[in-house]
Design a protein around this ligand. Structure first.
Ligand code: ADP
Length: 248
């Protein structure tokens, strides 16, 4: 069964901006997929459709299905249990005074018992390397720690699919390295919108390139990213780590 199945998705913002123009693709269980494209190509808009954050009715025959079920107002709650969305800006996601309260918020919404919530908070903080941060104030965390706390909050809901918007932007090289290592360990199906081409090469076997709201390419990451002409034509570049490698 497809984890995500998007068919002819079109989306226009209120001001008339056509953000998505006929997007179709499927994601299988366990895949880790990079979503690349220049600023304004439609990556964030696409991610928002995966858990119904853009509630207007889709135009035409467009459909977004998660585990075979169309995303619609009636099943949003169920869909949001399956899809864990990590926003680009941690400050949009963290809103409780302490780390533990923030990570507990999602599981509380799921109606779990206190004991189960406590266990999930502990486990997900450990997964992201923030064990012992329970009582720290979220607004005093470093940028990298905020990103980890956001991820912990999402992991605490145990979603089958992780959707990440620019997870490594604004991180220093060590922070990026550590965040990538952490992501690699997580078994969920992953869809990662990013400008970090090394992340795409290291973590994602498959890449989709978007431009002007359309899919320009969908294939093996090493092949697409080694195609200098393709990359340059869409505001991207061939990553340095591929300069020493020949695609096979
Ligand atoms: P990306 O994430 O690839 O940078 P976005 O999905 O943010 O791209 O944007 C796609 C297009 O939609 C761009 O032209 C952008 O200006 C436009 N857009 C994004 N958000 C809004 C909004 N809230 N209202 C109007 N236009 C928007």
């Amino acid at each position: 069964m497809n984890v995500i199945e998007i068919t002819n998705l079109q989306y226009r913002y209120h001001d008339g901006t056509e953000a998505l123009r006929g997007i179709s693709f499927r994601v299988l269980p366990g895949e880790c997929l990079a979503l690349l494209g220049p600023n304004g190509s439609g990556k964030s808009t696409l991610l928002l459709h995966l858990n119904g954050l853009l509630p207007e009715k889709l135009s035409g025959d467009g459909a977004v299905k998660i585990f075979g079920e169309a995303v619609a107002t009636e099943n949003l709650e169920k869909i949001r249990r399956q899809i864990g969305l990590v926003f680009q800006d941690p400050d949009d996601q963290l809103f409780c005074p302490t780390v533990a309260a923030d990570v507990a918020f999602g599981p509380q919404q799921l109606g779990l018992s206190e004991a189960e919530i406590a266990a999930r908070v502990k486990k997900s903080l450990a997964q992201v390397g923030l064990a012992g941060f329970e009582e720290r104030a979220t607004h005093h965390l470093s940028h990298g720690e905020k990103r980890r706390a956001c991820l912990a909050g999402v992991l605490a809901c145990e979603p089958a699919v992780l959707v990440l918007d620019e997870p490594t932007s604004d991180l220093d090289p060590r922070g990026r390295r550590e965040f990538k290592a952490m992501l690699r360990q997580l078994p969920a199906t992953k869809l990662i919108a990013t400008h970090d081409l090394e992340l795409a090469v290291e973590l994602c076997a498959r890449t989709i390139i978007l431009d002007h709201g359309q899919i320009i390419a969908d294939g093996r990451t090493v092949e697409l990213l080694a195609d200098e002409q393709l990359m340059l034509a869409h505001g991207l570049e061939r990553p340095h780590i591929l300069h020493h490698r020949h695609p096979h």
